[in-house]
Ligand binder design. Structure first.
Ligand code: GLA
Ligand code: ZN
Length: 691
């Protein structure tokens, strides 16, 4: 496999550092000097700075003071450190919103917010954009070629939406473009005769809105019953976030060619991360596993999210921009501190799935305000002889031995598709942007992933846009939204010899959430699957299900959805047991061209998928990694480059000792020892091996 280039060609090592706010210590510059020596002592090499520094750089409109930033970047450089430099657009100075209230976001009740918090801005505001452009260009001009600066960090965890008149008009423009300025096309696609919702002009359209108190019982505060419009609004909000990122990148590019990223949170479904990936040079993510609450569960969480992040840029290694060295306060109520073992395991778990950095939030605890007690590399105590600092130091020691891993990738032949549009549409019934997962989309993608990963079968998570031809098997979770063009791409993949595994709800609606008539699967996929879905039984989240699926002497529970399927030329492999569906086909297969499809006519759980998927894909030559095998809790991933192979062996049990069999001879990357034969790994243990 061909290696990917390192994030920084001048620094092909693991960046090990984190979010640093030197401006909070501007009155005590001796702290800055302590920070530099602590960085070296702790085996760290990077600071991410400037994220929330706008007010300190531009104290009044148009008056810029870069002197403190000059000093700190020089200090980092002189200490041998690197800088990931942020644009400060995630939080604005107060003067900006006082003078130009249009920069403030309008919330769903159509009230303009006051100054406060962060990310409280309107992405459409020309003033906001202009002020961001000016400061970004100045930063880029001043530091874009500085030898210490290795990458740009745009904003911070971009999210949210604004309901101001300007955003509403931009939304209408988005729709005008989508429907060639033809309102009748929109009326047709959005089925607006329903409840007399027809529009006579684009001017009449407002962003869909159901404020918290706006249930039908109390009276809706806006309209969210046109599902196509809801979907378009989510798509528009996503594009706005991606567009402002591209806008900032353009400002940076005026003077600097360094790689650009923005830190994403996988659970933020307010934008399409795959589309965002096209704007970024490198993807980055913030991950906060809570090891103490469920060690195995969070090992799986990290594996899934890191695989997702690797998928964003088609296998390219990504940055873990933030992780908590101590407690995480804010997003979760309960987050116990990490043990030293958990800290090391976490870093290895990230890297095993494609991370090329290990960074923290935060470097040093501030003395006041919202995040003063959030875990940090440097505590208020300020010294290095405390537990967390020592844990981080040990992590740095390990990372220094892993240079060879930089740029290596994972060669997977199986993939699971994740489609934001489908996820948004499936949640649309709730007119909600929260990842409610009522239809189990997210859970199902995770279960599909786990069915492979649990067996040490390399697997990718991809979008519909990606090249399918490098895969032998592709899984489609609830492929409810389907276009004809996509259906053609899927059919070509199968007829060229690929294996496609689809779950229920296939090709139900087009890209505007308008249902197909004449039978589902629509969009031409009935021919591929060789069946017609006559009815979908929906049990509701958490509801008891009357049906199960029978496979030989095993029975699998059915959750959420089960379909009444009428086969055309597909062969039935398993049937349902239970009320109306008794004896009806549940799992079917069909050969198509040189390939094969499986159709799972229900929303399957992990137990079914773990038994079914590895066996199904074995027919096309997909197998677990064979070089290293082990007990139930042993997970193995392999990162490879042009000539090298690294094996990450992890015991994802928090407590149980597990046996690992090395079926070839290896060298332990961390100790240099030769290794072969059987080993035991204690709970939370890991090994990094090479051949
Ligand atoms: C997010 C943000 C950080 C910080 C952390 C706290 O990840 O990006 O600025 O607020 O949460 O966990
Ligand atoms: Zn707005």
């Amino acid at each position: 496999m061909k290696k990917f280039p390192p994030i920084s060609k001048d620094f092909p090592h693991f960046l090990h550092g984190g979010d640093y706010n030197p401006e909070q210590w501007i009155e005590t510059p001796e702290i800055w000097d302590e920070d530099m020596s602590l960085m070296k002592e702790g085996n760290l090499n990077e600071f991410t700075i400037g994220i929330f520094s706008w007010a300190e750089i531009e104290k009044e409109e148009g008056v810029f003071d870069f002197s403190w930033l000059d000093t700190i970047i020089e200090k980092i450089h002189n200490a041998g450190g690197k800088v990931v430099l942020a644009t400060p657009s995630a939080a604005r100075p107060k003067w900006l919103s006082d003078k130009y209230p249009e920069v403030l976001r309008v919330n769903e009740t159509l009230v303009r917010n006051k100054f406060g918090h962060r990310h409280n801005h309107c992405f459409s505001s020309p003033v906001y954009r202009e002020k961001v452009r000016i400061i970004d260009e100045k930063l880029s001009e001043r530091y874009g070629k500085h030898p210490a600066v290795v990458a740009w960090h745009i904003s911070n965890e971009l999210n949210g939406r604004c309901y101001c008149d300007r955003c509403a008009e931009n939304f209408r423009n988005f729709l005008r473009k989508k429907f060639d300025n033809d309102i009748e096309k929109l009326n047709h696609e959005y089925w607006t005769r329903f409840w007399s919702h027809g529009f006579s002009s684009f001017d009449e359209i407002e962003p869909p809105r159901t404020a918290a108190s706006g249930s039908l019982a109390t009276g809706p505060m806006g309209d969210a019953c046109v599902l196509g419009l809801n979907l378009a609004w989510k798509e528009f909000c996503s594009e706005q976030i991606i567009d402002i990122t591209a806008f900032e990148k353009e400002a940076i590019r005026k003077y600097s060619s360094l790689p650009v990223t923005t830190n994403c949170m996988p659970m933020h479904i307010g934008f399409d991360h795959f589309k965002m990936g096209k704007v970024l040079d490198v993807h980055s993510v913030d991950l906060y596993p809570r090891w103490s609450s469920d060690f195995t569960g969070f090992a799986k969480y990290c594996a899934y999210h890191c695989t997702f992040c690797r998928g964003i840029k088609e296998g390219q290694p990504f940055m873990v921009m933030e992780s908590a060295p101590g407690i995480n306060i804010g997003s979760v109520v309960y987050h116990k501190v990490k043990s030293a073992e958990e800290q090391l395991f976490e870093a290895v778990d990230f890297i095993a799935h494609g991370a090329d950095t290990v960074q923290y939030f935060q470097w040093r605890k501030g003395r006041g305000a919202y995040e003063k007690n959030h875990g940090a590399v440097v505590d208020h105590y300020g010294k290095s002889d405390n537990r967390v600092f020592q844990m981080v130091k040990t992590t740095g020691e390990m990372l220094e031995k892993l240079d060879g891993v930089i740029g290596t990738g994972i060669d997977a032949k199986a993939a699971v598709v994740y489609d934001y549009k489908t996820q948004w549409a499936l949640d649309s019934g709730l007119a909600s942007f929260a990842p409610q997962d009522t239809n189990g989309y997210f859970t199902l993608t995770r279960n599909l992933f786990n069915a492979f990963w649990d067996k040490n079968i390399p697997v990718d998570i991809i979008s519909y846009d990606m090249d399918f031809s490098k895969y032998k098997a592709i899984c489609l979770p609830l492929p409810y939204i389907m276009t004809e063009a996509l259906a053609d791409k899927i059919k070509k993949f199968v007829s060229d010899g690929g294996m496609l595994i689809s779950t229920c709800l296939a090709a139900t609606a087009n890209e505007n959430d308008l249902n197909y008539t004449g039978g589902v699967p629509g969009a031409g996929l009935r021919e591929l699957f060789g069946l017609r879905v006559d009815e979908v039984d929906y049990y509701g989240a958490g509801a008891p299900t009357p049906n199960a699926v029978i496979a030989g002497d095993k029975e699998y529970p059915v959750r959420l959805h089960a379909e009444l399927i009428v086969p055309d030329d597909a062969k039935t492999l398993m049937t349902f047991k239970g009320d109306i569906l008794e004896g009806c086909p549940a799992v079917l297969t069909k050969n198509y061209g040189n390939g094969k499809v499986y159709y799972i006519g229900f929303n399957p759980g992990l137990e079914f998928l773990s038994d079914f998927l590895p066996e199904a894909v074995s027919e096309c030559g997909i197998a677990p990694l064979s070089e290293i095998t082990g007990d139930e809790f042993i997970r193995v991933t392999k990162r490879e480059g042009d000539n090298e192979e690294y094996f990450f062996v992890m015991n994802i049990s928090g407590t149980e000792e597990q046996t690992v069999s090395l079926n070839e001879s290896f060298t332990d990357v961390l100790t240099g020892e030769k290794k072969e034969g059987n080993f035991t790994l204690k709970g939370k243990g890991f090994m990094i091996l090479t051949k």
